[in-house]
Design a protein around this ligand. Structure first.
Ligand code: GCU
Length: 345
């Protein structure tokens, strides 16, 4: 009996110790302010910076100061590739990059360079909101030391030229078009009939001004917030790709947060992504207005069907490539589901 009582007492004692240790860890994690360095390559007037600021403010408020986010804009810490590498090694904890820059870390992301992956911008927006779609991409870089946390709409990519006129795909022949560094960005422009020139975003303005490139491809905000409209006067709605921006985080840092802190972080990220949709739409219409009225840029429609048709072999490659096949099917299924739900309303 005495032995049993002793055993019971020691079991309680051990449990108590374990509990105390756990509570202590929780308390330490809570009381120590976590500082997060978040880098990105856009100026502070850019809509994505505004949404990242919403993320920061929300997270700092909801976590009662337990988590602090310091944003480093303008590519001041380096190119997108460098920022991803710094996030991998935890030199910084978060960065916002284009999905295009992530393909060399996880081939899954290359799917966004598939020409005409989405039937429309509306479909894209709907599909990107699906948790299963987000998980397929965001979790794909765990073994690379970072995770996707959320995405921001970065519109549709269109071609803009210094002076060359474009009506259909044949007009891209011999046209030197800047693309994001990465294999599938190169493949994409080749498939449309152009001559791709990979380079970092920060170099585009000067390259276009000096004639190293004749054109670039991006959303409308590039014309204004990055001043490309000063050198490129024609913007063509080829709508060849829809490449979102992705907010990524060092995995070790994420894992070191308490469950509650992870929840605050995810909620703040979701909140900023929702707000971003409205911010983005306004930014695009403001950019078109400013580019037209102040920079003399002209916006044109093109025969999109010729670009779609000529890039068909590349589309098929993405559909059959083992790296992208499953996620392509997932996106297709979600698009069909959405189309059906629209038809039923
Ligand atoms: C988009 C994206 C940037 C990226 C740029 C590019 O503007 O938001 O993050 O750097 O495309 O073409 O490189």
């Amino acid at each position: 009996m005495r032995k049993f009582t002793l055993l019971l007492v020691s079991a309680f004692f051990t449990m108590g110790m374990v509990l105390m240790m756990l509570t202590n860890e929780e308390t330490i994690a809570k009381t120590k302010t976590k500082e997060i360095m978040l880098a990105h390559n856009q100026p502070t007037e850019h809509p994505v910076h505004k949404s990242l600021k919403i993320f920061k403010d929300r997270l700092e408020k909801e976590s009662h100061g337990q988590i602090k986010v310091n944003i480093y804009p303008n590519g001041q810490l380096g190119s997108e590739r460098e920022a991803i590498e710094m996030t991998q090694t935890n030199a910084i904890q978060m960065t916002k990059v284009s999905a295009g820059a992530l393909e060399s870390f996880s081939p899954t992301y290359s799917l966004f360079n598939m020409p005409y992956l989405f039937e429309s911008e509306d479909n894209y927006r709907h599909v990107m909101k699906r948790q299963n779609v987000q998980d397929a991409f965001f979790k794909s870089t765990g073994d690379q030391g970072f995770l996707g946390i959320t995405y921001y709409d970065a519109g549709m990519r269109n071609i803009y030229t210094k002076d060359k006129k474009i009506k259909d795909n044949k007009d891209l022949k011999g046209l030197k078009i800047r693309v994001q560094p990465g294999k599938t960005s190169v493949d994409l422009i080749k498939s449309l009939g152009g001559t791709p020139t990979p380079m970092d975003y920060g170099e585009v303005y000067t390259a276009m001004q000096s004639g190293v490139i004749d054109a670039a491809e991006n959303n409308e905000t590039s014309l204004t917030t990055n001043n490309h409209g000063e050198v490129a006067k024609n913007y063509y709605y080829t709508e060849h790709a829809t490449v979102p921006d992705i907010l990524i985080m060092n995995k070790e840092t994420y894992d070191s947060l308490t469950k509650q802190q992870q929840k605050w972080l995810e909620d703040a990220a979701d909140y900023s992504t929702k707000k971003h949709e409205v911010i983005w739409d306004k930014a695009v219409s403001d950019a078109k207005k400013t580019a037209t009225e102040k920079m003399g840029v002209k916006f044109h429609d093109v025969d999109k069907s010729t670009f779609k048709a000529t890039s068909k072999p590349l589309q098929d490659e993405f559909k059959n490539n083992p790296d992208t096949k499953e996620d392509y099917k997932l996106i297709e299924k979600e698009e069909q589901r959405y189309e059906k739900s629209k038809a039923n309303h």
